[in-house]
Write a protein of this length. Structure first.
Length: 348
């Protein structure tokens, strides 16, 4: 009993059904993370002088591109899960069952953001700086979905924060245990295990704090805050990835994602140094969308009614004429009274 209380229990399931509609914890966490990233990115963008609502407009392009890219990366790096004998290739499209690679999501999401930024006439590096801490927090929220899916954990551990993982059963589809339910709390042989998803969640939050602190202190610009996020995240992802025990392809003895982390760290560090030579961060006026209303544009509801001709004539009068017209008329002197008209004579 004491051993059980010293561990972290896993949820019984990761999917609930509202009638015929499945509610998946993984999908809900992804959606929550996207909302947080957009909300925080919008606040940071406006604080830097950008046009309000721009981040939402960028997200319309970046989010769908990112979801497709994340899924593509997962399928490309783990093709045996979908295209080997006995596997269903159509499951490559079942994004609701989990499987999003952050590298593909960032890469293709950046393509969508680039398209939107060009339409808006704003620099992509500045936008990347604004959304950087929100993205890494969104990743942290997404890791909660891994907890509900009971996936991406490490090897056996006796540490107090070890994670209890239980057998799940799915009578309708015995092969699809992701949608199963843990009945009886039967622990898996390796339980308890390292909660590597929790390690990454905490690491991501630390990276977000680092980016915010450095951005405030050094006024990072030209994509340097985003580069700092990439460098910081890859450092943690590298060592956490090596703790995981889920199936993964290897190159020269290292998991594919470890190599990806190494290469991205080197690229981000180099970019951080090179971008620093571009001078101070972007001026606020460069962050204004080209479709933003100008300072001289007045909403129709606020326009003054058209003046009448009489009002126009009055407005056109010189100021001294208005004063004279408004002054009280002076009485004419008595001696200057008009002479009487001569009496008319009868000419008949």
């Amino acid at each position: 009993m004491s051993a059980y209380l010293a561990t972290i229990p896993s949820p019984d399931r990761g999917v609930w059904h509202l009638g015929p509609i499945p509610l998946r914890a993984y999908a809900l966490c992804i959606i929550a993370g996207i909302i947080v990233a957009i909300w925080w990115g919008e606040r940071r963008w406006v604080a830097r002088g950008g046009t309000k609502g721009t981040v939402v407009d960028i997200a319309v392009f970046a989010v769908p591109f990112g979801l497709v890219g994340g899924r593509l990366y997962h399928v490309i790096t783990d093709p045996e899960l979908y295209f080997t004998e006995g596997r269903n290739p159509w499951n490559a499209f079942a994004i609701w069952d989990g499987g999003l690679g952050i590298w593909g999501a960032i890469a293709l999401g950046a393509v969508g953001a680039l398209i939107a930024c060009r339409r808006k006439g704003i620099p992509l590096p500045a936008m990347a700086d604004a959304v950087a801490p929100g993205i890494v927090v969104a990743q942290a929220i997404g890791r909660i979905g891994n907890y509900f899916n009971q996936e991406l954990y490490g090897a056996h551990t006796d540490l107090p924060w070890g994670l209890e993982v239980f057998q799940r059963f799915n009578p309708e589809d015995p092969e699809n245990l992701l949608n199963g339910v843990a009945t009886g709390h039967i622990p898996l042989p390796e339980s308890p295990v390292h909660p590597t998803f929790l390690y990454e969640l905490l690491w991501n939050l630390l990276v977000a704090l680092l980016v915010v602190w450095a951005d405030r202190k050094f006024k990072l610009g030209h994509g340097r805050a985003f580069a700092l996020y990439v460098a910081g995240y890859t450092v943690g992802r590298g060592w956490i990835e090596m703790m995981r025990t889920d199936t993964a392809n290897h190159i020269l003895g290292l998991r594919v994602n470890v190599w990806t982390s190494i290469l991205l760290f080197l690229g981000a560090a180099a970019y951080f140094v090179v971008a620093g030579k571009r001078g101070p961060r972007e001026a606020p006026e460069t962050l204004v969308s080209k479709d933003a209303p100008g300072p001289d544009e007045v909403p129709v509801a606020a326009e003054e009614p058209e003046a009448s001709e009489a009002d126009s004539a009055t407005a056109a009068e010189p100021e001294h004429a208005k004063v004279a017209a408004e002054a009280p008329a002076e009485k004419a002197p008595a001696e200057e009274a008009p002479a009487e008209e001569p009496k008319k004579t009868d000419e008949s």
